[in-house]
Design a protein around this ligand. Structure first.
Ligand code: GAP
Length: 432
């Protein structure tokens, strides 16, 4: 019984099972913010660690950085964000609700009060969160919570070149929080005010940008495959001139079939030398790269694959969500790829009131936990059927059960999530 997954199914499972809660929930929430529970944080880390392994650790042309979130205001003036990082805002003269003009279903009708013709001219609303650094509250102390991690990379380009003098092409990668004061945060974690990005700025000779762009199209597709996203759920969209960000000469959006419709999962942009030239002009410091063994010198161009963690996580959950029937009962399970599942093994004694079973199960649990840190769960709550249901819902691929036969021959039952099939194997074999 495969069904079309709804957003409510994902939101409800995420809350019920400890993946994602509304931010500041106990105080009625704070719009556009989300808190990760024990399973959500593990899933998110699995995604982020996999990305780092694939794009930083396993490549010899990539350098990782971790820049400060607060940056000198000159960064955001030079990058164009102070002037142009805006969304069009309209206000309803009847109920005073504010909406993002380009996302309205009917541009003449207020979705809050339903009145028509109550919007005036759209104003440009800057999405950066403004703050002051230090005890003096004046123009010079203004700073912003970064709206993209990219600028922390661009501002360190010269540092990395001076320290390592890498050959072109090379990339600098960063993961971390980004903040946008979205006018209408919505659709669970899809459009949040605080979220996480994984970005790469890939520096190339100006005449080599096209081949680098194609290289990154392929790498993005490899990434979607390791996330377990079905190939036919991801779509490449060539973004037309009028819709591209101010810095881009070519952009491909990779859209995913979310329950809310086909929406942007991540973007790949050719940012030209826009950012490095801006830094060079504003700081007076040369951003030129000298090709080794020659006098050739230029400001590199940049290809930027920009991955959003929350949108990847949401696509992973949507792709993994399943409902079927087992023994006449509805079952919900997450068919997560083994390398992403927050819990890889759940270990149970068949009966929790039999000390000899508990002791043996604890031994198996300890060994598995040592080899899979953070990804083994002790589960002796309720009967075995209930435990399987619970583990299915959180996407645990293997439930390991210790019973009386284990005490005799050291074999355990391993129950597989997707097929619900069970196998008896030597306890030593699960450690492999
Ligand atoms: N440095 C380029 C950049 O930031 P972007 O298209 O504005 O480009 C990149 O953002 C990615 O960040 C998006 O494709 C999306 O995955 C994620 N993202 C952007 N805004 C977001 C939001 N409000 N909530 C969650 N994720 C967001």
């Amino acid at each position: 019984m495969e069904k079309q997954v709804k957003l409510e199914d994902i939101v409800s499972l995420a809350k019920r099972r400890g993946f994602i809660y509304q931010g500041s929930d106990v105080y009625g929430g704070l719009s556009g913010t989300w808190d990760y529970g024990p399973l959500g944080v593990q899933l998110k880390r699995n995604i982020m660690n996999l990305w780092w392994k694939m794009f930083v650790d396993e490549r010899d042309d990539m350098y990782g950085v971790d820049a400060a979130i607060l940056m000198n205001q000159k960064v955001w003036q030079a990058s164009g964000h102070v002037d142009t990082f805006t969304d069009p805002l309209v206000e309803c003269s009847n109920c005073n609700a504010r909406h993002r003009a380009d996302k309205l279903e009917d541009p003449n009708k207020c979705p809050t009060c339903g009145k028509e013709g109550t919007f005036g001219e759209a104003k440009q609303f800057n999405m950066m969160f403004k703050t002051n650094v230090g005890p003096v509250d004046d123009e010079s102390s203004i700073s912003y919570l970064r709206p993209e991690t990219a600028q922390g990379i661009f501002t360190n380009y010269k540092n990395v070149v001076d320290s390592f003098y890498p050959d072109l092409p090379f990339g600098i990668a960063q993961q971390g929080k980004a903040f946008r004061n979205e006018i209408s945060p919505r659709d669970f974690v899809f459009r949040s005010r605080e979220f996480e990005q994984m970005e790469i700025e890939y520096f190339v000779a100006p005449d080599k940008w096209e081949e680098a762009f194609e290289h990154w199209v392929e790498k993005c597709k490899e990434w979607f495959a390791v996330l377990g996203l079905p190939e036919n759920s991801v779509h490449e969209l060539e973004v037309p001139d009028k819709d591209r960000a101010h810095y881009s000469k070519r952009t491909i959006d990779f859209d995913f079939d979310y329950p809310i419709g086909r929406e942007e999962l991540m973007g790949l942009a050719y940012r030209t030398d826009f950012d490095l030239m801006n830094i060079q002009n504003a700081s007076g410091k040369s951003m030129e790269y000298r090709v080794k063994g020659s006098n050739e010198q230029f400001v590199p161009h940049v290809i930027e694959p920009s991955f959003g963690v929350e949108r990847a996580l949401m696509a992973v959950l949507v792709s993994a969500y399943r409902e079927d029937e087992q023994n006449g009962e509805k079952r919900i399970y997450l068919a997560l790829p083994e390398h992403l599942a927050p819990v890889k093994y759940a270990v149970s004694p068949l009966l929790k009131n039999k000390p000899e079973l508990v002791e043996k199960a604890r031994e198996v649990y300890a060994k598995l936990a040592k080899e899979n840190p953070g990804r083994v769960m002790w589960d002796d709550n309720g009967n075995i059927g209930k435990r399987y249901r619970r583990q299915d819902e959180i996407g645990t691929p293997y439930c390991v059960v210790i019973d009386f036969q284990t005490l005799e021959d050291d074999t355990v039952t391993v129950r597989e999530r997707d097929t619900t099939g069970q196998q008896r194997i030597s306890s030593k074999d699960i450690m492999k």
